[in-house]
Design a protein around this ligand. Structure first.
Ligand SMILES: [Fe+2]
Ligand SMILES: [Fe+2]
Length: 271
């Protein structure tokens, strides 16, 4: 099985669904009169739905050249949705959409995810994946910020009367802000910080918090689905952030296995 084909399809299957859902969340946050923006969001929904279907239709034995072309096509789509999200962020921040219902941080957050997806496709196509030690730090810096944001979104979209859950979200937000600072410290101490024991401890510590946030999101999702808590969280958003935590955990596990398997720190791995 071709690792390039397998990794590309796996990445696109996960992130195209995420991009499709972002289009829906953006659309739901616009006002009724924002018909142009709603149409643009619908077009992105359809585009990523189509990409997702295509990614599932391709098999692991598809010719690498076909996948290389597909990656370019998806890269373009991810670039376009990134531009759209940054445009929406600009409109919100210059008060051109008063009363619209998406937080600026949420729009920025979804644009960062689009940018991550786009970079990933470029790396896969150029064969320029990072050495293991750099990948461990960079992926964690990216995802810890994503997790810290999620905790803040949940805390702000729960009904204020859900005091216990709001409090728990605030604790997660604080925990992940701390972990993010630690990750940035480790990053600034590069390359001296890139020892096997330090990277191992870094992954251990992050995994504990991500697993606990993942469980919290799962509970929140189930409570929302059962209509047991008061919030303005879309059930699909609850599931969406849960899946992103699961993905981060899978990435941490993969890195831990590479470290335990004594994979060379300075060599590129198909992560
Ligand atoms: Fe997302
Ligand atoms: Fe996210």
């Amino acid at each position: 099985m071709n690792a390039f084909v397998a990794r590309s399809l796996e990445e696109i299957r996960f992130w195209s669904r995420i991009m499709k859902e972002h289009s829906l969340f953006l659309k739901l946050g616009f006002r009724c009169e924002d018909t142009q923006l709603i149409q643009e969001a619908n077009a992105f929904y359809a585009l990523f739905e189509q990409i997702e279907a295509k990614a599932h239709a391709y098999q692991a034995n598809t010719a690498p050249e076909t996948i290389r072309q597909f990656n370019i096509e998806v890269y373009t789509a991810a670039s376009h949705i990134w531009v759209f999200k940054r445009k929406v962020l600009g409109l919100i921040l210059s008060c051109k959409l008063p009363g619209a219902n998406n937080f600026p941080l949420l729009v920025d957050h979804t644009s960062r995810e689009a940018n991550y997806f786009r970079n990933r496709l470029a790396q896969l196509n150029n064969g320029q994946l990072e050495p293991l030690a750099d990948a461990i730090i960079d992926e964690n810096v990216f995802f810890l910020k994503i997790m810290a944001d999620h905790a803040k979104f949940i805390g702000h979209l729960l009904d204020p009367s859900e005091r216990k859950l709001v409090e728990q979200s605030r604790e997660f937000s604080h925990d992940f802000d701390q972990l993010l600072w630690q990750a940035q410290d480790l990053s600034s101490m590069r390359p001296q910080s890139q020892t096997r024991p330090l990277l191992g401890q870094f992954l251990d510590q992050n995994r504990v918090s991500v697993a606990s946030l993942r469980d919290f999101k799962k509970t929140a999702r189930d409570l929302i689905n059962a209509c047991r808590i008061k919030s303005i969280i879309h059930p699909l958003l609850a599931d969406h952030v849960y899946r992103e935590a699961e993905r981060f955990l899978a990435i941490i596990d993969m890195f831990e296995n590479s470290l335990k398997g004594n994979a060379p720190l300075n060599q590129v791995a198909w992560h």
